[in-house]
Design a protein around this ligand. Structure first.
Ligand code: MET
Ligand SMILES: [Zn+2]
Length: 771
């Protein structure tokens, strides 16, 4: 039994106080040198290894650090550097790496290259850079980052386990470069020798175990393609003498892939037993006795304290089943702790004691892994810790702050009338037309207007107490009025208040609802140096009072002749961008949020608001990894949207907005939302949306974005007109709206003014042509 080992798959890179963010951003701004960046990062890695061993983990990962993104690191290491970045560096610099990450515009050296595309990492809110593979792709060992970090750990006295992203996952997540058509995976045979070279260097440097992450094993895979691909890779790897491989997968079960994955020539297999708990029996039956089983029992993706006694039962079950196995059992996190905030320590004094007791961030999760491992060897050695854990878990189960019977009963009592509008869309469209009197091709925006330095400054002053609530309100009112008057002046048809009172579309609602808490430093990496601080939904959600009615009423009063949209965030997006409670199904939490939003929608209508937008940008991101789970998810996510939006009269127009993704896969669900108007991100992927419209059709009103708001570039009338003309081939004129892709809060006023003026011109020209 003494052979039980304890480890985690990876640690958050940012540092306890987001030091990495500060380092890289200072480096980009030219404020620190590359040496300072390198040294600062080295210090962080040392701190993180020390932290892990201080709690007694027997093994630590190395190479889990990244300046920007681990997929980019791996692509860069094996020479997947598209030509446009290739001449940016002399020997080994990091200019090309950062150019791939975030683009590079430097007039003095005549360089202007955009970044690689960014995509969500499985169903997390972490984004990776998508590698581009060309038809004539060559691979070469371009950086030895992981070897260097392994050696660095060794010098500090750690026999670390290097982590690499596996070649099959790397190619599966890649895309064909522009102008190339071969499937990235078809280049696998050329890629393997480069990995072999890298692994050879790790072996030479003294590495014993290498962790090869192949999270695509949690997806539906075509075994006819993937089994031979994996077999080819790992048979080659097995030939390198001196190295052992831990093959990891996470975020869902291995399911059907387990049968062949278990037989691969690797030395250990990691299982995510939090999300893939269903694998356990099959895994115990199929994983050969000479392979290590690494059991991921501590959730790397949520912030709740683990129920250690329960996890210990699973662990003991695995250990018992492996009693005669020659290979040991390892205890680990379910996935990398990359998706957890760093440590709970800064929350002491910020969160109340009770809530603190329910939570566990990366540092505390390390301790949980260590306690489990110790308990498996001799539970009396950690009796006090297990008892304290059980008490906290019980306190959460029994807290009166969590369960609100009235909320639960209300949700349970709803009948089907709560899920549909009074009349079908075509009838509603008629009454809305006479109520709203909008021109053909109505113009609108998605909601937010520039969050200028002035707006941020006023908010900071208000938070510090330097501005009184009344003064701050006066400031917001003035901004809103200016914004509305300007929209009216340039000829937009459906106006918005500008969202100046919100830093974030989820935080604003979380702060106004019961059942949420906010951490002080609960940052998690979203992409590159960007971190988000998701709210924590700990209990039943309810709305103590109206949240947006005053703002909406004021905004409408600034525009006597044109409708101003009420602006809300939808239940799925609020859920998706928060840390969600794990003691009831996500669908139920979403239902509670939906009821709160529903009450708000009804109150907005009663206050005279005729158009109400409920944004659901994250609906695609919540889609499960396995197709067999799609239907259930899509059913409840559509239901909760309908619950939130169907409490109004036929003449009230419900809008929704979608961005951040390719929506084709869920287009049928989007139709099922039964919104009157949807605005949808489109300008970066014209053809995709048009393809979906062609296949599925869309009968309600729709505004595909006419320009990308992520860049300060001003779109010309001509280019938007061309796009608008193309859209008219697929969408009946009377259903088509003109709008940007998304909200404008990250933009500056000068480009917003020009862009929207052009957009209005496009709609006006189109009306003339249509007449
Ligand atoms: C990420 S979607 C953003 C929608 C929101 N109403 C805004 O305009 O900012
Ligand atoms: Zn958006």
């Amino acid at each position: 039994m003494s052979s039980i080992k304890s480890t985690i798959l990876g640690f958050p890179r940012m540092g306890s106080d987001r030091q990495l963010k500060k380092l890289v951003e200072s480096f980009w701004a030219g404020k620190i040198s590359e040496t300072e960046l390198v040294e600062g990062s080295k210090k962080l890695r040392a701190e993180h290894w020390a932290l892990q061993t201080s709690y007694g983990l027997t093994e630590v990962p190395a190479g889990d650090f990244s300046y920007y993104d681990h997929v980019l690191d791996t692509a860069y290491s094996v020479g997947v550097v598209p030509e446009r970045y290739q001449n940016l560096d002399k020997e080994g610099g990091i200019q090309a790496y950062f150019a791939m990450a975030r683009g590079l515009q430097n007039k003095s050296i005549g360089v202007d290259v955009p970044s690689l595309e960014m995509k969500k990492w499985f169903d997390t809110n972490y984004h990776f850079m998508v590698p581009e593979i060309s038809d004539d792709q060559q691979f070469s060992l371009h950086s030895t980052k992981v070897v260097d970090e392994f050696k660095e750990a060794k010098e500090l006295g750690y026999n670390a386990r290097p982590v690499v992203l596996g070649p099959v996952t790397l190619l599966t997540l890649s895309k064909a470069a522009k102008g190339s058509s071969s499937a990235p995976l078809s280049h696998l045979s050329k890629l393997i020798p480069v990995y072999v070279k890298l692994l050879g260097q790790l072996a030479a440097a003294g590495a014993e175990w290498v962790q090869v992450d192949e999270p695509i094993l949690a997806l539906d895979l075509d075994a006819a393609v993937y089994e031979p691909a994996f077999d080819q890779v790992y048979s080659e790897f097995a030939k390198i003498s001196g190295l052992k491989y831990l093959l990891t997968s996470y975020f869902d079960c291995l399911g059907d892939n387990l049968a062949w994955a278990a037989a691969l020539p690797v030395d250990g297999i990691h299982l995510d037993l939090v999300r893939g708990a269903s694998d356990v029996d099959a895994a115990l039956n199929t994983i050969p006795a000479d392979k290590v089983i690494s059991v991921g029992l501590i959730n790397g993706r949520n912030i709740w304290k683990a129920n250690l006694n329960k996890q210990l039962e699973t662990l003991n079950k695995v250990i018992a089943a492996r009693a005669s196995a020659s290979a040991p059992v390892w205890v680990s996190s379910s996935c990398s702790l990359l998706h957890s905030p760093h440590s709970l320590k800064p929350e002491a004094g910020h969160l109340d004691e009770e809530t603190l007791g329910w939570l566990s961030f990366a540092e505390e999760k390390i301790e949980e892994v260590a306690i489990l491992a110790a308990a498996a060897i001799d539970s009396s050695s950690v009796e006090a810790q297990l008892q304290s854990n059980a008490a906290k878990v019980l306190s959460r189960q029994q807290s009166e702050r969590i369960t609100r019977p009235a909320v639960q009963q209300r949700l349970a009592s709803l009948d089907e009338t709560f899920y549909s509008r009074q009349a079908p869309f075509t009838e509603r469209q008629q009454v809305q037309r006479s109520a709203l009197q909008l021109p053909l091709f109505p113009t609108t925006t998605i909601g937010s207007f520039p969050q200028t330095a002035e707006v941020r400054k006023a908010r900071a002053q208000f938070r510090k107490g330097a501005l009184s609530p009344a003064e701050y309100q006066e400031f917001l009112d003035a901004e809103t009025r200016k914004c509305i008057e300007w929209q009216d002046e340039i000829g937009l048809d459906v106006l918005v208040h500008g969202e100046f009172e919100r830093t974030d579309m989820v935080e604003f609602f979380g702060e106004n609802l019961e059942g949420f808490v906010f951490t002080k430093k609960g940052w998690v990496q979203s992409y590159g140096s960007r971190c988000v601080k998701p709210p924590v939904i700990f209990g039943d959600v309810s709305r103590p009072k109206a949240m947006t009615v005053d703002v909406a009423r004021f905004a409408q009063s600034c525009s006597p002749n044109k409708p101003v949209k009420g602006m809300l965030t939808g239940p799925v997006t609020i859920l998706q961008w928060s840390f969600v409670r794990d003691d009831q199904p996500r669908s139920q939490t979403a239902g509670q949020i939906a009821l709160a939003i529903r009450d708000e929608v009804v109150d907005l209508e009663a206050a005279g608001i005729k158009v109400i937008q409920v944004d659901e940008p994250a609906i695609r991101e919540g889609l499960p990894l396995r197709k067999s789970d799609y239907e259930t998810y899509l059913k409840w996510s559509v239901d909760v949207f309908r619950l939130a939006t169907t409490g109004v009269r036929n003449e009230t127009q419900i809008h929704s907005h979608f961005c951040y993704s390719d929506f084709n896969e869920i287009f049928t669900a989007i139709k099922g939302l039964d919104a009157d108007v949807i605005t949808i991100e489109n300008s970066k992927s014209d053809l995709k949306l048009l393809g979906a419209l062609e296949v599925h059709g869309y009968a309600a009103e729709i505004g595909p974005g006419l320009y990308d708001i992520h860049s300060p570039r001003v779109p010309s009338v001509e280019e938007m007109a061309a796009r608008f003309a193309a859209l008219q081939k697929y969408i009946p004129a009377e259903n088509l709206w003109a709008n940007p892709d998304c909200g404008l809060k990250t933009r500056g006023w000068p480009e917003v003014k020009e862009s929207l003026t052009n957009l209005v011109a496009v709609a006006k020209d189109a009306r003339k042509q249509h007449a």
